[in-house]
Design a protein around this ligand. Structure first.
Ligand code: SF4
Length: 450
């Protein structure tokens, strides 16, 4: 059970020496309890107490990494039941299922689909991250050949699936540097799978028939020293899968029940033959509470809504998505091109820049840091007002890039135009632009003609 701030405080030296960068031991303890700082930041805590507190402060759902290097996929570490309570930490990975019984054409098609199905939204690339490769034939040579092909032609992280420990042992040998997820340890093979995962430093999936068996298995595996587990309760209907996920999440979070405190792997591809229904089940699992979602295909019409849903649910509600504050050059502007200003809320930027791009008018777009707030919200919060915009325009360097002094502001803040002209001083002239970005192409054409 996680310790409270006061319980942690009792274990600290209580000297208020400030070496942890907090004014008092109590303030530090409160931050440790909230999971915002590590106990090791206090240099005066003994190793014994550090170990005790680290264990109690560990996330109720363990974080597990699949893959290696910077782009590796991390899942788990969730701390809340509902996103609005705080935030969800790591979005679930989408995996494409391939088997060693697929013909060459089908394999090539799947690989091409995996590589090409990606979308950009508010500057973020959305795509599936994993390929689940399943041995049905039990033939190691066939399995290895498929793994090598996938490894050579995609950048997906791997889930290796087989009922045979021997086949998995051979398969992991050809890709262990990628730290694939091994599927799966069961009651029948737990010791051998634990050994295989430990030898290769790979995360291990655990498949059981129900939650009781699953908890017993994870306890056995963690006891054997395998900590990076991804769990599968065995549910293969939508109702049972939802029920299991809610029970597992509640037990892990509310009761700190460690045996079920792991991210999950789910198989909508095994729950229905209907691809639309499969997408619907996957959407449920994005919200509640899958770690990996294995799909039978990545048809863009079904994957795009799933990726968008995932992005919406897994963005931090307390941190708007933001663009860097700077001058953006759109359509190769020159010194005569118009200068527009907007806020650094990502969605605002992408809508505005998209319309400018579509207009084909060379334009300078000054994006000002308003802490990710949109135009009207930033204005009402006092962050997109004349005495904030004027210093930004003066220091951002736009005056050196153009030979005119015309600044176009969004139509929604027309009321600040006079004050902004006064604040800017010199020859600056402020023009009130359009309210809706969709009107920008026509506005820019007229503006160009003067
Ligand atoms: S460094 Fe340790 S002892 Fe010093 S104030 Fe921080 S918590 Fe207290």
């Amino acid at each position: 059970m996680a310790l409270s701030g006061l319980e942690i405080f009792k274990k600290l030296p209580k000297t208020n020496c400030k070496e942890c960068n907090f004014p008092t031991c109590l303030a530090f303890a409160m931050q440790v309890a909230a999971g915002k700082v590590e106990i090791g930041q206090c240099p005066h805590v003994s190793e014994e107490i550090k170990a005790e507190l680290s264990e109690s402060a560990a996330p109720p759902i363990r974080g597990v990494t699949i893959g290696a290097g910077d782009g590796a996929l991390k899942i788990g570490e969730e701390t809340v039941l509902f996103r609005h309570d705080r935030r969800f930490e790591h979005q679930p990975g989408f995996a494409l299922l391939m088997t060693d019984e697929m013909g060459e054409d089908e394999v090539n098609k799947k690989i091409a689909q995996f590589n090409s199905t990606r979308f950009e939204r508010v500057g973020v690339i959305m795509k599936a991250e994993l390929i689940a490769i399943k041995s049905i034939s039990g033939d190691l040579a066939k399995f290895e050949s498929l793994i090598n092909k996938v490894k050579g032609q995609t950048r997906g992280w791997l889930v290796l699936m087989s009922d045979s420990v021997e086949v998995l042992k051979g398969a992991v040998a050809v890709c262990k540097e990628q730290k694939p997820l091994l599927y799966a340890a069961t009651m029948a093979n737990a010791e051998q799978m634990a050994q295989l995962a430990k030898e290769n430093g790979c995360p291990l999936a655990v498949a059981a028939n129900g939650l009781d068996e699953l908890a017993a298995l994870t306890a056995k595996l963690t006891g054997a020293g395998v900590k990076d587990l991804v769990i599968d309760s065995g549910a293969r209907t939508m109702k049972k899968c939802l029920e299991d996920h809610i029970i597992m999440r509640r037990l892990a979070l509310k009761k700190t029940f460690r045996p079920l405190g792991f991210p999950t792997i789910t198989f909508p591809c095994e729950m229905t033959e209907d691809t639309m229904e499969e997408a619907m089940i996957a959407s449920m699992l994005v919200a509640k509470y899958a770690g990996i979602i294995v799909l039978s295909d990545l048809d863009p019409a079904r994957l795009y809504p799933l990726l968008t849903l995932r992005m919406n649910i897994y963005t931090d509600p307390q941190r708007p998505m933001m663009m860097e504050e700077k001058i953006y050059e759109i359509n190769s502007p020159d010194q005569n091109s118009p200068v527009l200003i907007t806020t650094n809320f990502s969605l605002t930027y992408f809508i505005v820049s998209g319309e400018i791009e579509a207009s084909k008018t060379p334009t300078w777009l000054c994006v000002m840091n308003t802490e990710g707030l949109s135009v009207l919200t930033a204005w009402s919060a006092g962050k997109f007002v004349a005495d904030a915009i004027a210093p930004f325009i003066k220091k951002c360097g736009i005056a050196e890039k153009v030979n005119h002094r015309n600044l176009v502001i969004p139509g929604y803040v027309a009321q600040i135009s006079g004050e902004l002209e006064d604040e800017l001083g010199g020859d600056w002239k402020v023009t009130v632009g359009v309210r809706e970005a969709s009107d920008l192409p026509v506005f820019l054409q007229k503006f160009k003609k003067g």
